[in-house]
Write a protein that binds this ligand. Structure first.
Ligand SMILES: [Zn+2]
Ligand SMILES: [Zn+2]
Length: 120
């Protein structure tokens, strides 16, 4: 076991309205995935100990990204669409090979994206 931390692994399928909201935030020309796609929560598994809200990246926005946030316990699913700045952190010197930029939004909980892997 080389990975000590794993991704959340929660998936959700969003309604059309979520993509409408995303386009409203990022512009009609923004390239988002399609309704019907399953979205994975991009946070580490241990985020659930801090917040029940899962977060999935929908697409790029001018100053970061558009994210969908939902409470994994809520039934029916209630999705909040938000534009968030990118996390400025990276795993090391930006000029050296192997450095990874964090793919999450700024002020996220728990670790940066390079610190955990996806569950098999
Ligand atoms: Zn999650
Ligand atoms: Zn980060």
């Amino acid at each position: 076991m080389s990975l000590v931390r794993v991704g959340c692994g929660v998936r959700a399928e969003f309604a059309w309205g979520v993509y409408d909201d995303a386009h409203r935030l990022a512009g009609q020309d923004a390239d988002f995935s399609e309704p019907g796609d399953l979205h994975w929560c991009e946070l580490p598994a241990d985020h659930r100990g801090f917040s029940p809200q899962c977060c999935a990246f929908l697409g790029a926005a001018p100053n970061g990204g558009v994210w969908a946030r939902w409470d994994r316990e809520a039934d029916p699913l209630v999705v909040e669409v938000v534009a968030l700045p990118a996390c400025p952190a990276s795993s090391g010197d930006p000029d050296s090979a192997g450095t990874e930029a964090c793919t999450l939004f700024g002020d996220h909980l728990c670790g940066h994206s390079w610190e955990f892997g996806q569950e098999d």
